[in-house]
Design a protein around this ligand. Structure first.
Ligand code: RIB
Length: 318
């Protein structure tokens, strides 16, 4: 059976609720302190697994209490951790301030930044079957991320990239991405276009398609998610099978509306969206049905506190 291979970060999230963000030099009293599993890579892997995908993880944790706990929680979510290495660096941590359902995050990458191209290439070479999918984000060392995307592409995997935290992408990297999913900030940094209107979403997607990206998703928060595909049935094809030329602009596009929910914490909403999208492709859903499925999954996530603890299970989405 086809599986999802996620390469990415694993963090322990230390989060606290505040009524407002502190000023420079100011000490505020918060509440609701939580120590919970997170990290964009691990969150995406957990979402995909809870929503039905077989998942293998490539990454690193430290030989410390957080690292042992995070490895165990990934395994409890039925994620294969054979390629989760134990680093001499400390486990990644994220300090999160939650305020009015939004957050501010400060990362200490630790072990996430300590593995490189050789480790990633070796793991992918030993794991990947042509029908598999590869998913990554930008919380690990840039050369490790680039190698994962490029090697996944060379091996013929369907590659999904979430450029978060936002960083520019060059043409070579873009040409190795089957799907890119970005939020508004990431879209501005990657494409130079802030997608505040449908026309701007179309312009950003056109740029990415021209660079070789087959499917583009722009998440727009309360405005929903914009999807653009080089023909509507191209999404389920492997890169080898995809008959559409790299320059084809025969596009299918749709804006999938967000679900009205009472948001309490947006942490991991984007990660849930990505994991759900990957699980939906493995399940054989059409591109726009997959967007609707991912929208529902991330809507549930924002109604709960925390990262992985807030990610829904398959039975909650039926
Ligand atoms: O996307 C949310 C995640 O970002 C958190 O879990 C935190 O670890 C940071 O990586």
């Amino acid at each position: 059976m086809a599986k999802l291979i996620v390469c990415g970060s694993v963090n322990m999230d230390l989060s606290i609720q505040v009524d407002r963000m502190p000023q420079a030099g100011e000490t505020l009293t918060g509440s609701g302190f939580m120590t919970t599993p997170g990290g964009k890579g691990a969150n995406q892997a957990v979402a995909a697994s809870r929503l039905g995908a077989p998942v293998t993880f490539i990454g690193a944790v430290g030989d410390d209490a957080f690292g042992h706990e995070l490895r165990a929680t990934l395994e409890a979510d039925r994620i294969d951790t054979c390629h989760l290495s134990q680093s001499t660096l400390s486990t990644g941590t994220a300090i999160i301030l939650r305020c009015n359902a939004e957050n501010r995050i400060i990362l200490n990458p630790g072990a996430n930044g300590g593995f490189g191209s050789g480790f990633v290439r070796e793991a992918l070479d030993s794991l990947a079957e042509p029908q598999d999918m590869a998913l990554t984000q930008f919380e690990c060392a840039p050369e490790a991320v680039r190698t994962f995307i490029r090697t996944g592409h060379e091996l013929g995997l369907y590659t999904m990239t979430n450029p978060a935290p936002a960083a520019p992408m060059d043409d070579e990297m873009l040409s190795c991405c089957d799907l890119i999913c970005l939020n508004e900030t990431e879209c501005e940094i990657v494409c130079g276009i802030l997608p505040t209107s449908l026309a701007q979403c179309e312009a950003a997607a056109a740029k990415l398609h021209e660079a070789g990206v087959r499917q583009v998703v722009i998440t727009l928060g309360e405005r929903g998610a914009y999807g653009s595909a080089r023909t509507s049935d191209d999404w389920l094809l492997s890169p080898m099978e995809s008959a559409v030329g790299a320059t084809s602009l025969d596009l299918s596009t749709q804006l999938v509306e967000a679900l009205p929910v009472e948001a309490v914490d947006t942490t991991a909403a984007g990660d849930t969206f990505l994991g759900a999208l990957a699980a939906a492709r493995l399940e054989g859903l059409s591109f726009f049905d997959a967007l609707a499925f991912a929208t529902r999954a991330s809507a549930l996530t924002v109604t709960r506190l925390g990262a992985q603890v807030s990610i829904p299970y398959r039975e909650e989405l039926t």
